[in-house]
Every structure is written in C-alpha cells, then in structure tokens.
Design a protein around this ligand. Structure first.
Ligand code: SF4
Length: 265
C-alpha cells in the first residue's frame, strides 16, 4: 500500500466493487457471492450481539491517521493507552516529531510493533510538517474523498493501508475496512477472503463491497476483539468461539480431532 496504486477504497472499478447483477447467469460466482453474503450477515449478527462498539471519538484527520498506525495489530485498549501517552507525555506533535524513535517507542509501552510504529509516527509528522507547515491534515478533506486518499497514499509513505483505511472510515466519511493481521487471519479461517492472497489491498477490496458502510465500525471492532479473544495465531479457541457454527476451520479441526480419537490402536 505504501507505494501502491493511488486508488481510493471506494473506487468500484479499481477495487473490485462487484454488482451481483453484472454476474447474473454465472452460477458458480453467484453461489460463492451468495454464500459469502450469508456468512458475513451471520458474522455481523454475532458481532453485534456480542460486542458493543464504542462511539468513534471525533478526532481531526492527522490524529486519526496516527491512531490508525497505533491500532493496527493491537487491541483498542492498547491503542487508546498508547495514543493517550503520546498526548500526555509530550508537549505537542512537534516534540514527538523531533524525538528519538526509542523515546516514542517507550511511550507506546506494550503496543505490538512499538518500534516500527514509533518510526512511522515520526515519519508521518515529518511529512505533514514539510507539506503543511503545521500539524493538521484537515485541509486534505476539502477536495473530495478520492483526492484525500490519493494524497495520503502518495505523500505519506509511512501511512500503511490499514491506517489510511482507518482514516477513511473514521474521519473522512468514506467506506473502507481497515484489515490488520489478526482480522485477516480470522477472515481467512472463515473462508471469507482468499486464503493464499497476502496482498492486503486486494483482500480489503474483496470484502468491502459486501459490508454496508454503516456496519464498517462494528465489523472492524468486533472482528478485532474476536481475533484477540478466540482466533489466536496458534491453537485458536474454536470450541468457545461464537462463530464456530459458521466457520469451516472450526468444522475441519473438529473432524480432525474426531478422526484422531477414532484411529485404531
Ligand atoms: S471458529 Fe476458530 S478458526 Fe473460526 S473464527 Fe472462531 S476461533 Fe477462528
């Protein structure tokens, strides 16, 4: 994403936004499409029942982008704490910009990927300072969503795909689904995205058109919490997971363990 095509997540041509009407007659595609939609609907129902989505804080664009950097691969609580530390332990964004990476890393405490994220935060602040001569990105929203996304993609090489999609969803009023490694792991196990595709931009594009914009925050928040509670990288806790009935991975792990138990001595 950092050097990818400057295409907004909502661009239906370049991001694979698919209208089911265009595929009328392709039975194989429609079966997949319909099945995915049904599973996603079920996933959304489970997430809505189980997790409460906190209201999105009204942050300016730059603050949302920085928060998006911190939030990738972390829980909401870890990212909130790290963001709070940045705001309380430093005088302002300029002090953070001129600090050593190690100082920022220490302020991020137990945040996953703290060292890399500290460098990215400094890189973004440096880029915004050189471009705007101040610490605000609110003006990029004035020329429309597509232009804003293109600017973030082209001019801020430390902004990840996740952080830009987070900013689109939380501060720019567009539709995007920020996907981090825990969420992608969960979606692959649910067979909702291509298991062998590791390009986050194409994975995101393959699912964005199936989730309504109004459900984006619920989808991201809920999936992130579910991944943290149950869908661990090693030995996911499928038996306790509320999605186990709709998850092919859970079903195949169950059959494997039955097969192991039934093996003759
Ligand atoms: S059932 Fe297991 S593999 Fe499937 S989403 Fe839940 S924890 Fe992950």
């Amino acid at each position: 994403m950092r050097h990818g095509n400057p295409t907004p997540p909502t661009d239906r041509r370049s991001h694979g936004w698919i209208d089911p009407q265009e595929f009328r007659g392709d039975r194989r595609f429609m079966a997949t499409f319909t099945n995915k939609q049904q599973v996603l609907q079920q996933v959304l129902n489970v997430l809505r029942r189980r997790y409460e989505v906190p209201p999105t804080p009204q942050r300016p664009v730059l603050e949302t982008l920085v928060y998006g950097i911190l939030r990738e691969g972390a829980t909401g609580e870890q990212a909130d704490r790290a963001f709070d530390n940045l705001q309380t332990r430093f005088f302002d964004w300029n002090e953070i910009r001129v600090s050593e990476v190690g100082e920022i890393e220490r302020a991020l405490e137990d945040l996953p990927g703290a060292a890399e994220k500290a460098a990215r935060v400094i890189g973004i602040l440096q880029a915004v300072f050189e471009r705007e001569f101040c610490f605000s990105l609110d003006d990029i929203a004035k020329k429309g969503l597509r232009n804003a996304i293109k600017t973030l993609q082209d001019k801020f090489e430390d902004a990840t795909d996740f952080a830009i999609a987070w900013t689109v969803q939380r501060a720019l009023g567009g539709h995007a689904l920020p996907l981090d490694p825990p969420s992608i792991r969960c979606l692959k196990r649910l067979a909702l995205v291509d298991d062998v595709d590791d390009d986050v931009e194409s994975l995101r594009a393959s699912i964005e058109h199936l989730i309504p914009k109004s459900r984006g925050p619920l989808f991201n928040e809920g999936l992130s919490r579910l991944a943290n509670e149950f869908c661990w990288a090693e030995e996911p806790s499928c038996g306790e997971c509320p999605l186990r009935c709709d998850c092919p991975t859970a079903q195949s792990r169950k059959s494997e363990s039955r097969g192991t138990r039934l093996k003759p001595r």
